[in-house]
Design a protein around this ligand. Structure first.
Ligand code: ADP
Ligand code: ADP
Length: 228
């Protein structure tokens, strides 16, 4: 589904962020990128939706280079959840979730139905929360809305960049557990960045360990536990 073919990225200042990445991410897989700060995880993730350009090599989605996709369609088809809670503060929860469906000109009734469905999915009672502003929600609740927003127009791929790391340990553990159930329900291809091995082992179908811009090991959680 997502194929990295010998991908390298050099930033304008000459930093070699990643080198010669070859990765095959399967459809429906929960794929974790892990490694110490600065090893190239975020760069790798952001090249998938072209927030960063590839310097060498190519990334294919369903066999087609990401450069041959229209960039707006590419981004609409890739949900994105960031570490910093990134809801628009002046908009209600409902409006935040509806951004992409609105851009896609969905019918009002379909959007309303979808918002309710998504809030239920991420464990927030729709009638209690949808008219609120982000500041009226806890950090963990806002991040749940962030997940709902990324899922809104039903994109086949979701990118998540340390989505739980800004939360207190208790909310984080709760969200991890809920996400474990959620990932089975939504059946998406998820690429998930973390520096927390416990989180990687809990959530990942496969884990890709990076160091200094290169892949050290790719394997299932069992393989990581048995051959660390
Ligand atoms: P990680 O997500 O694993 O912490 P990053 O992908 O953010 O790693 O960074 C990989 C390397 O690229 C680091 O050396 C980082 O300093 C560098 N880097 C990241 N973004 C930029 C940028 N916009 N310009 C220059 N160098 C960058
Ligand atoms: P532009 O770059 O022209 O503003 P985009 O299509 O890139 O248009 O995005 C418009 C807004 O919708 C942005 O705020 C972006 O973050 C958000 N957005 C786009 N696609 C998604 C998506 N799949 N999931 C969540 N938010 C998205």
């Amino acid at each position: 589904m997502i194929t990295f073919q010998d991908v390298s990225k050099t930033y304008e200042d000459g930093t070699n962020a990643v080198q010669s990445l070859n990765i095959e991410i399967e459809e429906g897989e929960f794929f974790v990128l892990i490694g110490p700060s600065g090893c190239g995880k975020t760069t790798t993730l952001k090249m998938i939706n072209r927030l960063h350009n590839v310097t060498n090599g190519d990334i294919l989605i369903d066999g087609k280079s990401i450069n041959s996709h229209n960039i707006h369609e590419l981004r609409w088809n890739i949900g994105y959840v960031l570490q910093q809670i990134a809801l628009f503060p002046h908009m209600t929860i409902e409006e935040n979730i509806a951004i992409v469906p609105e851009l896609k000109s969905w019918k009002k009734a379909d959007i309303t139905k979808r918002v309710d469905e998504l809030l239920d999915l991420v464990g927030l009672e729709p009638h209690t929360y949808k008219k609120r502003k982000p500041s009226e929600l806890s950090g963990g609740q806002q991040q749940r809305v962030g997940v709902a927003r990324a899922l809104a127009a039903n994109p086949p791929i979701i990118l998540m960049d340390e989505p739980f790391s800004a939360l207190d340990p208790l909310s984080r553990e709760q969200l991890q557990q809920d996400f474990l159930r959620l990932k089975k329900k939504i059946q998406k291809t998820i690429v998930f960045v973390t520096h927390d091995m416990h989180e990687a082992l809990t959530l990942g179908d496969r884990i890709c360990l990076m160091k200094d811009g290169e892949i050290v090991q790719i394997g299932t959680p069992e393989e990581f536990i048995n051959h660390p």
